[in-house]
Design a protein around this ligand. Structure first.
Ligand code: HH2
Length: 396
């Protein structure tokens, strides 16, 4: 049965999401505003400035020029709210076309995500991951994960994401000691090689131990809901991936009821960003991720992948992982009841990678690094005209 959690409260401050935008200050934009105390007042003010408007629940969709909207909002709302709305409008319009920001790392280096998107190689040191479970499980293959990671770096991975707990739908989680035994020795050796490593964990203890072992990024699939994990990121200076999900991997595929999946994911990520900043993680260290496959149907996944550029409006770099996920197996099958097996989902995964690059993402998390690098280079050359593929790790 599909459950619809109670609708998330509107954001506590005005929030703008651009759905489509032309170029220049006079160009038309289609945008959605939420978190405003008096939506109908804003609607009246915008109507008088000639905007096309539609109220949907707690959100107002408007089509007009950015300048006209900013001017009219100033007349309709209390000064503080109008300036917060203007700031959100500015962040959204500035980040819509432009590159992501460089990502500072605790080592003092940075990933130049403003130069090009990063390709993140997946290393699952689990016995049950959906696509590669067991192959790199350290107890059976002690050195296999390290060798695999070195191979991914040679193929062009800019970062390695190391996880010791599968988060596939229905999975139940592993105890902390077991997760530590799986991830830390692998991470330590790859970090000692100079690799930029992230740890894919929901546990603050693992995050701290991984940072001590040389990780630079905490990849938290649980959606910034654990204050202790945010504290670990703040205190260790980690960069942090904030991913949308509902529930836990065990029950998330029952929690797939949305009225407007893009709006709800956007507002969730905006609220998560505020929690990160309050916990002491600087906003430029946070990447946002729509959480493809986490509490989503296939249709939601496709809608979010189509809307990646909209997430840029939050001002953070966008991180996305669609590689080999099950909706791709169903989508490309002759018979939807017999999904294409994981090992035959390469082309489907590459299609996602190409469109994600065209959608302005900062990082793509993939299993097939060499093929993704080649795909991303072509997608970037077509969308930006840039044919180089610069080094990403810089001294900051
Ligand atoms: N997807 C998976 C795991 N971690 N992290 C982020 N930020 N975004 C994702 O989309 C994401 C993620 C699931 O993929 P995988 O690691 O290959 O499988 P499993 O969870 O079964 O180990």
């Amino acid at each position: 049965m599909v459950e619809r959690p109670p609708p998330a409260p509107p954001p506590g401050r005005p929030l703008v999401r651009i759905e489509e935008a032309g170029l220049g200050p006079d160009a038309q934009v289609r945008l959605v505003v939420s978190g405003v105390t008096d939506l109908s007042r804003l609607q009246r003010a915008w109507a008088s400035s000639g905007a096309t408007l539609e109220i949907q629940g707690q959100r107002l969709r408007a089509t007009s020029s950015v300048q006209a909207l900013a001017r009219a909002a100033g007349r309709a709302l209390p000064a503080q709210e109008a300036s917060a709305l203007e700031e959100s409008l500015r962040t959204a319009t500035d980040s819509w076309p432009g590159p992501a920001r460089p990502l500072p790392l605790p080592s003092g280096r940075a990933l130049a995500l403003d130069a090009r998107p990063a390709v993140v190689g997946v290393i699952n040191v689990t016995d049950d991951s959906f696509s590669d479970g067991g192959r790199l499980y350290p107890e059976r293959h002690p050195d296999a994960a390290v060798a695999w990671g070195r191979g991914l770096l040679a193929e062009g991975a800019d970062m390695l994401d190391i996880g010791g707990e599968s988060t596939r739908p229905g999975s139940r989680g592993v105890p902390e000691e077991e997760e530590a035994r799986r991830t830390l020795p692998v991470l330590e050796r790859l970090a000692a090689d100079g690799a930029v490593c992230s740890v894919d964990t929901r546990k603050p203890g693992i995050a701290r131990a991984a940072m001590a072992a040389g990780a630079q990024v905490i990849n938290d699939v649980s959606g910034a809901r654990d204050p202790a994990l945010l504290e670990a990121a703040a205190e260790t200076g980690a960069a942090y991936v904030l991913m949308h999900m509902r529930g836990t991997p065990a029950d998330m595929q029952r929690l797939t009821g949305y009225d407007d999946v893009v709006a709800e994911v956007y507002e969730f990520l905006a609220a998560g960003l505020e929690r990160c900043v309050s916990a002491g993680i600087p906003v430029d260290r946070v990447l946002v991720d729509p959480g493809i496959g986490f509490a989503k149907t296939a249709e939601h996944n496709l809608t979010l992948l189509r809307s990646l550029r909209q997430l840029r409006g939050l001002g953070s770099g966008v991180f996305v992982g669609a590689s080999r996920k099950s909706f791709l197996g169903a989508l490309t099958a002759a018979d939807p009841d017999e999904p294409v097996p994981v090992e035959d989902r390469l082309e489907a995964s590459l299609a996602c990678a190409a469109l994600a690059v065209a959608g302005g993402v900062a990082m793509i998390r993939v299993h097939d690094v060499a093929a993704t690098v080649r795909t991303a280079r072509v997608a970037r050359a077509i969308t930006t005209g840039q044919q180089d593929w610069p080094q990403l790790v810089t001294e900051s």
